[in-house]
Design a protein. Structure first.
Length: 479
């Protein structure tokens, strides 16, 4: 298929902005409230009501536009997008059509071969979300929850320049990282804070004209996006191979069967009968306002990566893990302030700390681990107060109970034994009972010493300082 057809992918990402109230009214956007309890005449579109733009939603949209290197519209205009959905009671959506808030941006992504390539961002525009339909297969009707109606969305549309499902996946990962760094959304796909529709078409290599595109919906994870696009690549290729015709349509991703299914014929822009929103006056965006927002921008991932490489002298793959989340990068730097060994801190975060985060199925910051606590545990290990194994146990216990590492060490009797007088008897016993390993060590087999040290650790219940034990074993063998 790769030789016969060229894949062209474009993505439409909807980001729910982190405002406390909706985009055109004062209703709460809190997730999980009782159905239809967070609505008012404005978001229900009752006669005579007037929408008022949420300033914070507008400023958050400007933030994303700056991060994506977009040009920002000097005059902001809203439009009515007319269509009927059961979960949009007004029968139209306030959106932006020909004058989006931002346009002509760029996002750099990693390609299949590990190199980087820029993907154009066509536009980013503000709009209101629709509600939610709840289907119960046991009943002959569906429920409608309108709490989400009017929630502020920023739709980010890519140019059709993505070439593979893997590139699409990387685009989404990169975009999500930027959005989370900006703290403009929690990007929780399970709660609908981040949603993606994918457009895909095939064409003969060298053709300039785009093929007939198919839009895929119902994509509830980045993995689903990659798998759905991979399936659709093969489906469309098979259709063309059999001289069939691809219909411009919307298809749903069936995750259980790993196939796409036809949903409806895809609408064109004219089907929505856009016209300027009469209840919202167009307004000017000043350069001063954009500069004010620009001054609030945090250090973005790529810039942070370059600084980490220069300052901490770590390998790129290690840094990629550290900067994957803003909270993780900040945690790393604060931990290094407490224990100035970037490599040791990095190893602990990438190892034990990430393991505990993954086990809990949470993001990094959900662990509620303080940097000074980790720096203290690392210091206790490096100074020989506790062994590496004991240090892991201390971290685990601290995450479970919140107790101070010193208290955990004392209560569990984990303090490492470093005094030779306390280890003398154990070393003598291990050497006398493992004469084959002693002979192997004398014959130059380095693994034999590791075995003997392991026996000392076992006999001391993990409390022996392995470095001291090793020196004592070597001296004992030479006697």
């Amino acid at each position: 298929m790769e030789n016969k057809y060229e894949t062209v992918i474009g993505l439409e990402v909807h980001v729910q902005l982190a405002t406390r109230t909706k985009v055109f009214c004062g209703c709460s956007t809190a997730f999980g409230a009782s159905p239809n309890s967070q609505v008012c005449p404005v978001c229900l579109g009752l006669p005579g009501v007037l929408p008022v733009l949420n300033k914070k939603a507008f400023l958050l949209a400007i933030k994303v536009a700056i991060a994506l290197n977009c040009e920002i519209q000097k005059i902001v205009k809203f439009d009515r997008k007319n269509y009927y959905y059961p979960d949009l009671p007004k029968n139209y959506q306030i959106s932006q059509y020909d004058m989006p808030i931002a346009y002509n941006g760029v996002l750099s992504i990693e390609t299949d071969d590990g190199t980087c390539r820029d993907i154009g961002v066509t536009r980013a525009h503000l709009e209101e979300d629709a509600g939610k339909l709840i289907h119960d297969s046991q009943k002959p009707f569906s429920y409608v929850d309108l709490n989400r109606t009017g929630t502020p969305l920023l739709e980010i549309v890519s140019e059709p320049e993505i070439k593979t499902p893997v590139e699409a996946y990387n685009y989404l990962i990169t975009l999500k990282q930027i959005v989370k760094y900006l703290e403009v959304s929690d990007c929780n796909m399970e709660e609908g804070s981040l949603r993606c529709d994918a457009n895909i078409s095939l064409r003969k290599p060298g053709d300039k004209k785009l093929g007939v595109k198919v839009e895929i919906k119902n994509l509830n994870s980045f993995k689903a996006v990659k798998e759905a696009l991979s399936y659709e690549q093969l489906r469309q290729s098979d259709v063309y191979d059999e001289n069939g015709i691809i219909i411009q349509e919307t298809r749903l991703w069936d995750e259980k069967s790993n196939i796409t299914r036809a949903m409806r014929i895809k609408e064109q822009a004219h089907d929505y009968r856009y016209f300027p929103e009469p209840d919202l006056v167009p307004f000017e965006v000043s350069g001063e306002l954009v500069d004010e927002v620009r001054h609030t921008m945090p250090e973005m991932p790529e810039k942070k990566k370059q600084r980490f490489i220069k300052k901490y002298k770590l390998d790129e793959p290690e840094i990629d893990v550290l900067i994957s989340e803003k909270s993780c990068a900040e945690f790393f730097e604060k931990t290094v302030e407490g224990y100035n060994d970037p490599q040791a801190v990095c190893n602990w975060i990438r190892g034990e700390v990430m393991m505990h985060a993954n086990e809990r199925g949470n993001s990094f910051d959900a662990l509620k681990l303080e940097p000074l606590v980790l720096s203290k545990i690392i210091s206790m290990e490096k100074t020989g107060k506790i062994s590496g194994l004991a240090a892991k146990e201390v971290l685990s216990e601290h995450l479970a109970s919140g107790k101070d590492p010193d208290i955990i060490t004392k209560e569990k009797g984990l303090e490492q034994v470093s005094h030779e007088s306390e280890l003398e008897g154990i070393v003598e016993k291990v050497v006398s009972e493992n004469q084959k390993s002693v002979s192997d060590f004398r014959d130059g087999k380095a693994n034999a010493l590791s075995f003997l040290i392991g026996q000392v650790m076992k006999n001391s219940k993990g409390k022996a300082n392995p470095k001291i034990a090793g020196e004592m074993i070597k001296r004992k063998i030479k006697e």
